[in-house]
Design a protein. Structure first.
Length: 379
């Protein structure tokens, strides 16, 4: 593969049509290409038999279908699967599949690392390298289907996609929106807009911009009920404080029938889990169509926080319920393989000045490949 080749995974339907038009082909070739790539999982142009031989030969000289390479797979006792995907320059990202009885959710990453420095999140402690391309985002969905030996045309195992992996999606706006367009395109993965969720820590201008181009489901990492505490837990709050963020959330669902914002709230023992916090949260959300997802804190090495006891979480949820706020407690999945919420780390060649690292995230990619060769394992 060559860097001079155009990676077709970077194109949503509109961009794909422009590509084929510039190639001197009819625009309907874009629809055919999308179906081959996403519904049939085909990356070899020779297998795309409804293209002429001349077109296939031309495509080989200028284009490719290149996805991130899965270099390690871990499976949890609860069925959760985590993949480590290699990118260039020694970076790696993590993607997680969470199976349920009625759905299968894929949690994808949008950046290599994260620049927002939320104090309770392992990903944030790894530093930041760069945004992922559209190909690297949608490529996680493609690679997961391949790893599970699923052809989306005939069998849909991934029914939901959440952009809740490594990174802040709204700081990679254009590439994330293009990837979501592919996820929802009937000629690609065909997911409902209610089954694609973007999670943000509160990049208010980008959230306001998102409403103009997409209406996917929205999740907001809130985690605190006042600016003083949220400034500590989610530092972007210093730029876009709670009231400004909540106004943007209300605007996002305005005019949409029965749409709700999901507010994510990590439960930190003695920090944000007191009854007064629950009452403050109910007051904050009283005018916003919403539900609250209480997330038991998932520890990681050198974290200074502990998870709230089950009884405290139950009391918090009951206070919200009594105030008329819909709330659930997220079931922790994949924590035995560090695949739970806030635990994703991958491998980040940090370009910031942060130097803290989890010891077990110094992933040596060459060592992983050697282990696979020596064990005869293939992914």
């Amino acid at each position: 593969m060559s860097d001079s080749l155009v990676n077709l995974l970077n194109f949503d339907a509109e961009a794909m049509a422009e590509f084929f038009t510039e190639l001197g082909e009819k625009p309907f070739r874009a629809t055919q290409m999308l179906k081959w790539i996403y519904q049939f999982g085909v990356s070899d142009f020779e297998q795309m038999t409804n293209f002429s031989k001349a077109t296939r030969e031309k495509l080989k000289t200028i284009a490719e279908v290149r996805v991130p390479e899965i270099i390690e797979q871990q499976e949890s006792d609860d069925g959760t699967i985590k993949w480590l995907l290699q990118l260039e320059q020694g970076n790696a990202i993590e993607t997680v599949f969470i199976p349920e009885n009625d759905r299968g959710t894929l949690c994808v990453s949008s950046q290599i690392g994260c620049a927002l420095e939320c104090s309770f999140c392992s990903t944030a402690q790894q530093g930041f390298n760069r945004n992922l391309s559209t190909a690297e985002i949608i490529g996680q969905v493609w690679a997961a289907n391949q790893a599970m030996k699923v052809m989306p045309r005939n069998q849909r195992v991934i029914s939901n996609v959440v952009l809740m992996g490594m990174g802040e999606p709204l700081l990679n706006f254009n590439n994330v929106v293009a990837a979501m367009n592919i996820m929802m395109d009937d000629n690609a993965y065909g997911l409902s807009k209610r089954r694609v969720t973007i999670s943000t820590s509160g990049v208010v201008p980008a959230l306001e911009r998102l409403k103009a181009v997409s209406d996917v489901a929205l999740a907001v990492s809130l985690h605190a009920t006042n600016d003083t505490l949220r400034n500590e837990l989610v530092p972007i709050n210093k730029k876009y404080p709670i009231r400004q963020l909540l106004n943007a959330c209300k605007f996002y669902v305005q005019g949409e029938h029965k749409r709700k914002v999901t507010f994510e709230y990590v439960m930190l023992d003695g920090v944000n889990d007191k009854p007064q916090h629950a009452r403050e949260l109910a007051r904050l959300l009283k005018d916003i169509p919403s539900k609250v997802n209480l997330i038991p804190f998932n520890p990681f090495p050198e974290s200074r926080y502990n998870c709230s006891p089950d009884k405290v979480i139950e009391t918090f949820r009951n206070i919200l319920k009594q105030a008329g706020v819909i709330s659930t407690t997220r079931k922790t999945r994949g924590d035995d393989i560090d695949a739970a919420c806030g635990q994703l780390a991958g491998k980040v060649m940090d370009k910031t000045k942060r130097r803290f690292r989890r010891e077990n995230t110094h992933v040596n990619i060459a060592d992983i490949k050697n282990r696979q060769v020596n064990s005869g394992r293939s992914l």
